[in-house]
Design a protein around this ligand. Sequence first.
Ligand SMILES: [Zn+2]
Length: 288
Amino acid sequence: MRFSLFFPSALVCISAVCSTPLFGQDGGELYFALPKGYGYTRSSFLARNDYEVPLRFGERLKPLSSFLRGDVVWYSLSRGTRSFFLPEPFIVRFEGGGLTEVVGNIPIGRETVDRSHPLPLFYRPDDLVPLAEEYKASGYEWRALLLREEANEAFVRMMDDAKKQGICIRVISAFRDAPYQSNLYQRAIDRYGPVQKAVAKPGHSEHQLGTTCDLTTDEIGYGLSSSFEKTVAFEWLRKNVHRYGISYSYPLYKQRITGYIYEPWHFRYWGNERWTLQSERMGLFFSR
Ligand SMILES: [Zn+2]
């Protein structure tokens, strides 16, 4: 009896991480993920776009059915009397209902967002504050880098402490809303193809939490690259980041779990005192 209770929940957990259930198995809401585009006349990337079905970011889609073609799930959709097709990478999918509603700020450290779990598409915390210019990477001063107040304090405190030890750590990117993420996502698709793993879908990025930063240093000319891990700044972060309730989201050895490429520059503030103390005790500086 005991096992029969535990076994199904284990299955649900695994399938949620590894696959996209087809529409109809558990309901869900679908939204167009790209800044703009068109429906396809057939379920193939080689098919003609149906220019009479123009689509815009965040548009609610009406699914008729879904099916697997090669490695990609395709959806048959309808608008009025027209039907058209879209591949899964062009769609943000919410399981169940009501998730697209924005209800206040999500408590820091309790947000769930990854490849399988989107945030409400237009979620935007209301306590975002601008990062002071001196913490922005050289050449990015023009960018409005926003973070939730508490996260801003933690990152600033960390960068100040690093500076006292002669180490330069600066921010390249912070809060990104879903429409902005949609532009980055489109660029990654143009560059690497529709099933790319470099950039998160809108609604699926930790940057939308307002607690996440991409960091860099003068040692690599304030760039965003994996060479960051060879810098003195990164070494300092590796040893100290947990002291500020911050952790490193996409380690090299966890690519298969996170579903994203290795990103040594991507750090998230969790603000969980218990987590920080525990990490310190156990030496788990990069536990996520
Ligand atoms: Zn990032």
